[in-house]
Design a protein around this ligand. Structure first.
Ligand code: PLP
Length: 404
């Protein structure tokens, strides 16, 4: 496996920490950015900066065209039917809040039910709690097995005539499990419910085709797919988005305003109130170019090789317990070393140059499910190498006896 050509595109990977080469294995939190993305950002501010959509001047027209071109790129990337179905947000969290709030207003009433899963990130739990609480709507939770797979029989049994929506992650950020979204979507639709997918941990690792998945909404963040922070996407089926009320009010999302009455803009602008983060959107466009020129297949192959090797090596260390062993997994490896606190493991790894994440990973219910306070999580991207896994494992071997 050689990926020097990928690695060389990421300037930050040459960094040293505590005099050691950085081994960055915190990609589920955020990926590093290739030079092309950083350049797209600075090019925007150096040559194109202006507010979009409203301007009659050259820069505004050019910036608007560049921004709308990224929308079309995103549309193609997830195979949406129309660019009208692609709404730019600040990230997955804002996308899910948008869906929860507007869906609740339009479609939920007292006594209705929403299904989520037990492995959701807090950002796919709390927005539903906020929205459902206001309407007296019940949230039901799909349990998962010890290996981290959703119990699909339990899922089927949760539906009833009051089920309105399923909100589930495509890939779990803590367990790495890839959930069977197409099957879950068919089940939801057969019961007259819609489905919203949290794709934060999927879009950079596996091909996403929203039509093939059959989802009504699909939410993700740019910064977990090599793009800058500050931009995300909410995909929604046009027929559904047309039915939803606006999320935020302000400039851009209106057609006409008087003190008596306001009419709203067409899709997708109805959901993009105020000045968007234009530079970050252009950075997202460059990130999509990076992914496409590298090849998602190649990225997925590299990451699955890294996962297989790291898992095998980790199992040779005494006292290591891995959480999340689903058959269909992406490059996320959660574990604990004996009874050592994850934070202690993380701090010691850091001193050896290895960046991983520790804690509940914004999935406290997952920790409760296993009866643990947290895990250590290593997560991989296309630029990681087998040699980095060796460094990570050697570092763990060195610190494990200190923590025993
Ligand atoms: N959903 C999942 C599965 C995640 O992993 C994350 C971030 O870690 C989020 C949602 C929230 O993403 P953001 O903080 O970019 O809005």
């Amino acid at each position: 496996m050689t990926n020097d050509d990928i690695r060389n595109q990421f300037p930050i990977l040459g960094t040293e920490v505590y005099g050691k080469p950085l081994v960055y294995l915190d990609n589920a939190a955020t990926t590093q950015k290739p030079a092309a993305v950083i350049e797209a950002l600075s090019r925007y501010y150096l040559t194109l900066n202006s507010n979009i959509h409203r301007g009659a001047h050259h820069l505004a027209t050019e910036a608007t065209e560049a921004y709308e071109q990224v929308r079309r790129k995103v549309q193609q990337y997830v195979n949406a039917r129309s660019p009208k179905e692609i709404v730019f947000t600040r990230g997955t969290t804002e996308s899910i809040n948008l869906v929860a709030s507007t869906f609740a207003e339009r479609y939920l009433s007292e006594g209705d039910e929403v299904i989520i899963s037990g492995m959701e990130h807090h950002s796919n739990i709390v927005p539903w709690q906020l929205a459902c609480h206001k309407k007296n709507v019940k949230i039901r939770v799909i349990p998962f097995s010890d290996s981290g797979e959703l119990d699909l029989d339990a899922y089927r049994s949760l539906f009833n005539e009051r089920t309105r929506l399923v909100a589930v992650c495509h890939v779990s950020n803590t367990l790495g499990t890839v959930n069977p979204i197409a099957l879950m979507a068919r089940e939801a639709h057969a019961h007259g419910a819609m489905i919203m997918v949290d794709g934060a941990q999927a879009v950079a690792h596996t091909a996403v085709d929203v039509q093939q998945l059959g989802c009504d909404f699909y939410c993700f963040s740019g910064h977990k797919m090599y793009a800058p922070m500050g931009v995300g996407v909410m995909y929604g089926r046009e027929e559904v988005l047309d039915e939803l009320p606006p999320y935020q009010g302000g400039g851009e999302m209106i057609k006409t305003v008087t003190f008596d009455h306001t009419t709203y803009n067409e899709l997708p602008f109805k959901f993009e109130a105020g000045t968007p983060s234009v530079g970050d959107v252009l950075g997202l466009g460059a990130a999509l170019d990076f992914i496409q020129s590298t090849g998602l297949d190649r990225i997925a192959t590299i990451e699955s090789q890294l996962l297989a090797y790291a898992t095998e090596q980790l199992r040779t260390i005494d006292g290591v317990q891995i959480y999340g062993t689903a058959t269909n997994k992406t490059g996320v490896l959660s574990f604990n070393v004996g009874s050592a606190h994850p934070y202690d493991v993380g701090t010691l790894l850091d001193k050896l140059g290895v960046a991983i994440r520790t804690g509940h990973h914004c999935t406290q219910p997952v920790m409760d499910r296993y009866g643990i306070p947290g895990t250590v999580r290593a997560s991989f991207a296309a630029y990681n190498t087998m040699a980095e896994i060796d460094t990570f494992i050697a570092a763990l071997r060195r610190i494990a006896p200190m923590l025993a």
